[in-house]
Design a protein around this ligand. Structure first.
Ligand code: ZN
Length: 191
């Protein structure tokens, strides 16, 4: 069963979907994994189902998330990677024992060493972050053009000119703001 949780942004890139669980980082930040259960929910919809999660595991997850955010943001602007963030990502990657499994239908599935092993799930996310930051994947890291967001996202568009982390949220908001500004200008043009 795949639960659909409308307030999770499900992108095609695991690592940046994960960093997106803290949105509007430069505005009124919204924490989308405020409790261990919410992390369990997020992992389930991202193909990394675990039975349970402790507060310590949630803390570790958030530490990894912020480290990926820091490293991916630096990579997006070709800045030096913060050493502490790299360390956390590498530690998380090394800690897990998740195995990639090929299903009979020819799709990839992750098998965790045990159903309570959030660390395994985090290692998959960390490895995903490593692959995009290291430039192993077809796409380019960029920062969202929304001033209240500035999230690092992975642009897989052909032209590599995507401006927003998500068309449905930041992209839409920007379009609306532009539209409203134009309306005001048009109204104001009479005097
Ligand atoms: Zn954004």
């Amino acid at each position: 069963m795949r639960a659909r949780l409308p307030d999770f942004r499900l992108g095609n890139v695991l690592a940046t979907s994960f960093t997106g669980t803290l949105s509007e980082r430069h505005g009124d930040a919204v924490e989308r994994i405020p409790t261990p259960q919410r992390l369990v929910d997020w992992l389930a919809v991202n193909g990394l189902a675990v039975d349970s999660c402790t507060t310590a595991q949630l803390d570790l997850a958030r530490e990894l998330r912020e480290s990926i955010h820091a490293a991916a943001s630096a990579a997006a602007i070709q800045d030096a990677l913060p050493a502490s963030a790299v360390q956390v990502i590498n530690d998380c990657s090394a800690q897990g024992r998740a195995a990639a499994i090929l299903t009979p239908e020819g799709t990839r599935r992750w098998r965790l060493s045990s159903a309570s092993c959030v660390e395994d799930a985090l290692s998959v996310i960390a490895a995903d972050a490593i692959s995009i930051i290291a430039g192993e994947r077809d796409g380019k890291l960029a920062l969202c053009a929304s001033s209240t967001c500035q999230a690092a996202f992975f642009d897989t568009s052909q032209s590599r000119t995507r401006k927003w982390c998500d068309m449905n949220t930041c992209g839409n908001r920007q379009k609306k703001a532009r539209f409203n500004a134009n309306q005001r200008k048009n109204r104001g043009s009479g005097g």
